[in-house]
Write a protein that binds this ligand. Structure first.
Ligand code: GLU
Length: 359
């Protein structure tokens, strides 16, 4: 029985690179074999692959000392070409076509851009093509970059309505203590709403930008949208096929998904925090209602302040009476209209429940 119809697989730089920073083609080839097997069984796969910067590093010797932005731009330009070329060759041996999708944070900012990307990958999947996604490191602007490819893979899994997101790193999962200590064990399952901050190691991986902190944050968020999230070791043989065919006996950390999948538009909003154009401040009463289990909209009567300028359909941040950012939503009107109705009874919601995401 097929557990998942559509999955997103994220492969980190540390899985694809050897200790000396060169591309580990043997590992890549083993992963491609497994993806090809799942693809042949009818599972749709979107691959989010890091490794551009790491594989470019070994190709060029810069003529002068480069700063970190120049290095990233140069290495990723060269390395992405090398990476996708390898994938192309490896998948071709299985008779599978792949397509390259290079994206940036801005490309998720408006609903139109978002749907355009979704459409691009949908048409690829419909035609049996495996999308291979990476951030367009060469031209993305540092301040506006994804934290790392974990964040990107969360967005992709969510956007593509995948049933599972598998994050492959070079450790077996999330440990209940320092991974270097023999007594530490991999946490096999993380239930909803469990606070993990005590377990997480803040150290980063050596070749990628990510770390366990962002992985956990993203994993929780994506699982809350109804998608299974699995963190596992991409260096283990047959890890992907094992995870998909017998997940219960394969070593990994699994985040239990919310029972109700979240609507597609809410998923977009949930990942749009970075694009908020303005803020809606709400009073204590509205804050309390928001945290009750009821489905509520942001009504003008509970609003105390509107900050910034926004248009209808822009993303706005919701700030509670104590100044905490508590969520994001899609504005139902522009900022001038919101100011006009602020504090008044019987007016249309400024953010409708269907377009509201509370953290
Ligand atoms: N996009 C980067 C690369 O391909 C990786 C970012 C990350 O480390 O997550 O090299």
């Amino acid at each position: 029985m097929k557990l998942f119809q559509r999955i997103t697989v994220k492969v980190g730089s540390n899985v694809l690179t050897r200790r000396d920073g060169t591309l580990d083609v043997t590992r890549m080839s083993a992963l491609v074999d497994q993806i090809a097997e799942l693809h042949k069984q009818g599972t749709e796969i979107i691959l989010v692959s890091s490794g551009a910067v790491a594989s470019g590093r070994s190709e060029v010797r810069p003529a002068r000392k480069l700063d970190s932005v120049d290095q990233r731009q140069l290495f990723s330009a060269v390395g992405q070409a090398k990476l996708i070329n390898r994938y192309y060759e490896l998948f071709r041996e299985h008779g599978i076509a792949v397509g390259q999708v290079l994206t940036m944070k801005e490309s998720f900012g408006t609903r139109r851009h978002y749907l355009n990307q979704k459409n691009c990958m949908t048409v690829m999947l419909e035609n049996g093509v495996i999308p291979i996604v990476n951030e367009n490191d060469t031209i993305s602007v540092s301040e506006l970059m994804f934290t790392d490819n974990d964040e990107l893979s969360g967005l992709i899994a969510s956007m593509m309505d995948a049933q599972a997101l598998i994050i492959l790193s070079n450790i077996d999962g999330i440990y209940d203590g320092p991974p270097s200590e023999p007594a530490s064990q991999v946490i096999r399952e993380i239930g909803q709403g469990k606070d993990l901050s005590a377990y997480i190691q803040a150290s980063k991986s050596s070749f990628g930008r990510g770390g366990m902190l962002t992985k956990t944050h993203i994993a929780r968020k994506v699982a809350d949208e109804g998608i299974s999230v699995i963190i596992a070791n991409g260096k283990r043989d047959n890890i992907l096929t094992d995870l998909v065919t017998h997940p219960d006996t394969t070593l990994c950390t699994r985040f239990v998904p919310a029972p109700q999948p979240v609507s597609s538009v809410k998923k977009w909003i949930a990942h749009s925090e970075g694009f908020a154009k303005g803020e809606i401040h709400i009073n204590r009463c509205a804050t309390e209602v928001l945290y009750s289990d009821k489905a509520v909209s942001i009504l003008p009567v509970g609003i105390t302040d509107i900050r910034g300028e926004f248009e209808k359909d822009d993303i706005v941040r919701i700030v509670d009476f104590e100044g905490r950012a508590v969520g994001v939503g899609k504005a139902n009107c522009d900022s001038a209209q919101a100011r006009e109705s602020m504090g008044k009874h019987g007016k249309k919601p400024v953010v409708h429940y269907d377009y509201l995401y509370i953290e």
